[in-house]
Design a protein around this ligand. Structure first.
Ligand SMILES: [Zn+2]
Length: 380
């Protein structure tokens, strides 16, 4: 697992707008990329680890069209890789292309992330997207909101004070948002937080020099002061929660996100930041399982991770205008050579590929052919 310093570096390493591409351009490019790695035409079985959301259907249809076969289902809800399917999947094709993507909705009208217009609902309602990620975030966002509103900052003559709610000072709590008090308040000689005054439901401290420095430019109010609000920086707290640490179990997504959660809840678009972080953590985890997987020994494998941005369909559109933001890839040639590509390298390699794919199939024609084929009677 990453420490918080590493996490913030990792999050910052993810570029978005400049590397995003329409799915209809990304999929032929990734097919041609596989072909450039000597993957054999007609012998590639694609596989996808996508969320179960129907908004992921359009990318799946494009993968089927360009690879000429329907992709194997390698995914759990939330965009988690089901690594126990590596073995069966390896039997289904000579050359293997696996794509993992977390997803986030986007409404182009309001420019909001985390929502998606469901055309099939009664009033074409917007709902959360990814619903699994947004559902997991609710508790953390609520905890963060409470902390923002229940820590007050004020100035008394030339002294800077912070008032912290007693619940937030209870550091033995099994669950909740926990403050890194040593960064927040002045400590006594033993290194313990030193309250100067106890109020009915809170305590008053002198702010630490570090917090005072962090709040440079802050307009300190006198009297009751003001809630810390958006100045509650991710470096000042962490979360503790009773979750199952079972790999690929019920809480796998939260397990992936809990260390990065302070950055998620303080970001402009928590659903986007969470999906991004999940992709990053999931790539790192899944690629290690692929390297170790005996069933992949001697096979060509291209494993690629990124983010699906589901742009809500407008009137008259059947599908979302999904964009793909590549993050990283792992490739092995089946002869013992393996490489990982970080985001810039992966993007450049994709960009070099043509968006023409002469091998793509006409799905309508393929369906028509199946309709015309002579019926086969089952021997019951
Ligand atoms: Zn989802």
């Amino acid at each position: 697992m990453y420490g918080t310093g590493l996490i913030s570096n990792l999050l910052g390493a993810f570029h978005m707008a400049e590397v995003s591409m329409r799915y209809s351009r990304f999929v032929p490019r990734v097919y041609n990329l596989a072909r450039s790695l000597d993957f054999e035409q007609g012998k590639i079985t694609p596989s996808r680890a996508f969320c179960s959301d129907e908004s992921q259907g359009y990318p799946i249809i494009l993968i089927a069209k360009h690879f000429g076969t329907f992709p194997f289902n390698h995914g759990l809800v939330g965009g988690i890789v089901a690594t126990d399917r590596h073995g069966p999947y390896a039997q289904h094709g000579k050359d293997l292309f696996i794509i993992q993507a977390s997803h986030v909705g986007f409404d182009p009208e309001t420019q909001r992330f985390g929502v998606y217009r469901r055309l099939q609902t009664e009033n074409q309602r917007e709902t959360s997207n990814c619903g699994k990620i947004c559902g997991a975030l609710d508790w953390y966002l609520h905890e963060y909101e409470f902390a923002r509103n229940n820590i007050y900052l004020y100035k008394e003559e030339n002294e800077y004070k912070v008032v912290i709610d007693n619940q937030l000072l209870h550091l033995e709590r099994e669950q909740g948002l926990l403050l890194k008090l040593d960064r927040f308040v002045q400590l006594d000689a033993q290194g313990a937080p030193a309250p100067e005054q106890s109020l009915s439901t809170s305590k008053v401290f002198s702010v630490s020099p570090a917090l005072h420095e962090h709040l440079k430019g802050y307009n300190w109010e006198s009297g009751r002061g003001a809630p810390i609000g958006q100045h509650l920086h991710p470096d000042l707290f962490f979360f503790r929660r009773n979750i199952s640490h079972h790999s690929e179990g019920r809480d796998h997504l939260e397990k992936n996100l809990i260390n990065v959660m302070p950055y998620v809840v303080t970001s402009d678009w928590p659903a986007l930041t969470a999906a991004q972080a999940n992709t990053q953590v999931e790539f790192d985890r899944a690629f290690r399982t692929i390297v170790q997987e005996p069933a992949y020994k001697g096979k060509k494998v291209l494993f690629l991770s990124g983010l699906n941005v589901d742009i809500s369909p407008q009137d008259g559109q059947l599908f979302p205008l999904t964009k793909f933001i590549p993050w990283a890839a792992y490739v092995q040639d089946g002869q013992g050579n393996q490489e990982t590509w970080d985001q810039a390298e992966l993007f450049n390699r994709l960009k070099q590929q043509s968006t023409d794919n002469p091998d793509q199939v006409d799905l309508e024609k393929a369906i028509e052919t199946m309709e015309r084929a002579e019926e086969i009677r089952l021997p019951f």
